[in-house]
Design a protein around this ligand. Structure first.
Ligand code: SF4
Length: 222
């Protein structure tokens, strides 16, 4: 795509618009008194799959108040983990999975979350989105671009890219989006997708970037 997109302006508008919204749980630096670490970022990301942000945050706080390291979580009883993370979606499966991952980190990585994208992908249940989240928001490495459903949908709607899968979106966006915006991209677009550019019937009449959007595939809007 030839570059006529004014990313500077669009990011400026979105940052201003979204600054009063609740920050997504995964990019927050602190939850109550709990300090974020690569490990807590990883576990929260796994809890967040198909779960609302507010539920993920509450479950993360309850879980990490008791078990905040791979060693503690690997030794915890699955039933206890379930009780702490309920009502996140699929809490039974997730409790088992996060206990397993914790044990793997203890056994194979000396109790430390691997600071390597490809190693993260080797952990059971960790896909590209989670690995990218851990690298960027857990390790503070700026060269990663996590793509969730909102980050996949919105750039396609606006007309920046034409892709079908999050993997394709990640590759295409990395080519056109200036790197200085990668750190904020997930944070901003998740909020924007939850509040305005909704999956079904986006609120285009109140959208601050309406003028810059081609509304590709938008059949119904408010
Ligand atoms: S104009 Fe509508 S479709 Fe385009 S970004 Fe805004 S809310 Fe989304």
């Amino acid at each position: 795509m030839k570059q006529t997109i004014n990313f500077d302006l669009i990011f400026k508008i979105l940052k201003k618009e979204l600054k009063n919204y609740r920050e997504p749980v995964l990019s927050k630096q602190k939850w109550n008194k709990i300090k974020k670490t690569p490990f807590t970022t990883l576990i929260s990301c796994l809890l967040s799959l198909r779960t609302k942000d507010i539920v993920t945050e509450k479950a993360s706080i309850k879980l990490f108040e008791k078990y905040d390291t791979p060693e503690k979580l690997a030794d915890a009883k699955t039933k206890d983990i379930e009780l702490l993370i309920y009502p996140v979606g699929f809490y039974h499966t997730k409790a088992k999975r996060i206990k397993e991952i914790s044990q793997t980190i203890v056994d194979k990585y000396n109790g430390k979350v691997p600071k390597d994208f490809n190693e993260l992908l080797r952990l059971k249940g960790v896909g590209r989105k989670t690995a990218n989240i851990v690298m960027i928001y857990g390790f503070n490495k700026k060269r990663f671009l996590p793509i969730d459903t909102h980050c996949n949908r919105i750039p396609n709607r606006i007309g920046w890219i034409k892709t079908k899968t999050p993997e394709e979106t990640e590759q295409k966006l990395k080519k056109i989006l200036p790197q200085k915006y990668w750190f904020d991209f997930n944070n901003l677009f998740v909020q924007f997708g939850q509040k305005i550019c909704l999956p079904i019937s986006p609120i285009c009449t109140k959208c601050p970037i309406n003028y810059y959007c081609k509304k590709i595939g938008v059949k119904k809007y408010r």
